[in-house]
Design a protein around this ligand. Structure first.
Ligand SMILES: C[S@@+](CC[C@H](N)C(=O)[O-])C[C@H]1O[C@@H](n2cnc3c(N)ncnc32)[C@H](O)[C@@H]1O
Length: 220
């Protein structure tokens, strides 16, 4: 879904500036086709980029023009660093924040999306993932995450923030964005693959939020 979202933004809607916040080991900046003139910014931590570059370098993958790694902390200085890397807030931007927000404290989620909004002129678009659950502890104990820990050696749900999640989609809608929020399982139906709903299924709390900025309201 996130690949299609970005490709539609670039090829159909003519957006030429794309920002992946918490890009991690995702490689869509390299593996997708981008129109001439597209600039893709990946924002993440320095140790993450060092590892990623080592792995890609060992595979002979070289950085492409128009592709930037921006080392920044999503809890503090990221907008300044993004702008220093060349990001232009007067151009429409496509934003992706996948697999990041459930790990952030609620005030950081609010601040992150408020900053994205402040940097987004009309014509911009966003896709991001949230966990709409009041009881994170229940999700954390779910057997699905136990299996993930066995396979990956990382207790992913143990990293989730315990904060009650803010309604950040509504906050966007109140500041000039058209927003839809859909359960991740709906995209399993659409694509014919993906997580299948199960009994006591933690993925049932996962939502993908899609937004388009139509106009700008005062956000003081
Ligand atoms: C679970 S990974 C998701 C990666 C990728 N977006 C994906 O879906 O495959 C979360 C990413 O967010 C980054 N991240 C989390 N908190 C961050 C912070 N405060 N500042 C910068 N990056 C952060 C991590 O380094 C990691 O790469």
């Amino acid at each position: 879904m996130f690949d299609d979202f970005l490709q539609d933004c670039a090829h159909r809607d003519g957006i030429r500036q794309l920002v992946l916040l918490g890009a991690g080991l995702d490689t869509r900046a390299l593996r997708l086709e981008w129109p001439v003139g597209c600039v893709v910014y990946e924002v993440d931590r320095s140790d993450l980029f060092a590892f990623k570059q080592d792995v890609l370098g060992a595979m002979g993958v070289r950085p492409a023009g128009g592709h930037h790694h921006v080392v920044a902390d999503l809890e503090s200085n990221w907008a300044r660093r993004l702008r220093a890397a060349g990001f232009d807030p007067v151009r429409p931007t496509a934003w992706v924040i996948e697999g990041v927000i459930p790990y952030l404290p609620a005030p950081v989620e609010r601040g992150l999306l408020a900053t994205v909004s402040a940097l987004s002129v009309p014509g911009s678009a966003i896709a991001y993932e949230i966990l709409q659950a009041q009881d994170t502890a229940k999700i954390r104990e779910n057997s699905l995450y136990g299996q993930t820990k066995q396979k990956m050696g990382v207790h992913l749900s143990g990293l989730f923030s315990d904060d009650t999640r803010p309604d950040s989609a509504r906050a966007l809608a109140e500041t000039g964005w058209e927003v839809s929020e859909e359960p991740v399982h709906r995209f399993t139906e659409q694509y014919g693959r993906g997580p299948v709903p199960g009994v006591d299924d933690p993925i049932a709390y996962a939502r993908w939020v899609l937004g388009r900025r139509t106009h700008r309201l005062y956000e003081g």
